[in-house]
Write a protein that binds this ligand. Structure first.
Ligand code: SF4
Length: 177
């Protein structure tokens, strides 16, 4: 089953995937402070990001109920480390991979929790910024960091590298089950 899930992630467009134990997902409540610092500009501006996704202790506890995680990544070329447009475009492509994978795993893993990269990215402008309800609540995926996942520490023992060379940007997602 684990091999099948990894193959599914690759078929949906991920560059690498691994199934890890739920207990090996590294969590830290300090990520809420990092989100609050708003380095990405999405704090309070996306329904799938803090503070709207919920209290971090409860979200971390939910992660801890999962026995396994299908961790996946997408790697994208960018012009240089200032290529903000390229990073945004890459984020949208990652969100599309996450959506394909979501559709593929749902029939297999009914009670899974799928987290992806921050900012949702399904709409050009999140409805949160206009005080309107989420336009696609069945599709929108919360961010890993929003749930307190330390992506760097979680990937360290795996074959999925956090950084994949000069002029690339890497995004992650995880399906917890
Ligand atoms: S689907 Fe659209 S409205 Fe809903 S969280 Fe994502 S970007 Fe925001």
């Amino acid at each position: 089953m684990h091999e099948e899930l990894m193959a599914l992630a690759l078929a949906c467009g991920a560059d690498k995937a691994a199934v890890i134990r739920g207990e090996d997902v590294v969590l830290s409540a300090s990520f809420r402070d990092i989100c609050r610092g708003n380095g990405c500009g999405m704090y309070g501006r996306c329904w799938m990001c803090p503070p709207d996704i919920g209290e971090i202790g409860e979200l971390m506890a939910r992660v801890r109920t999962c026995r396994h995680g299908l961790l996946y990544q997408t790697i994208h070329p960018i012009e240089d480390s200032y290529d903000f447009e390229g990073m945004m475009e890459a984020g949208k492509k990652h969100a599309q991979v996450s959506q394909r994978l979501n559709d593929a795993v749902k029939p297999r893993l009914e009670a899974c929790l799928h987290l992806s990269c921050g900012g949702c990215r399904l709409c050009e402008r999140c409805a949160r910024q206009d005080g309107e309800p989420c336009r696609m609540p069945d599709k929108a995926l919360p961010s890993m960091e929003g749930y307190g996942i330390d992506v760097y520490q979680t990937t360290r023992p795996t074959a999925l590298k956090y950084i994949n060379g000069q002029n690339t940007v890497t995004y992650f997602g995880i399906v917890l089950f």
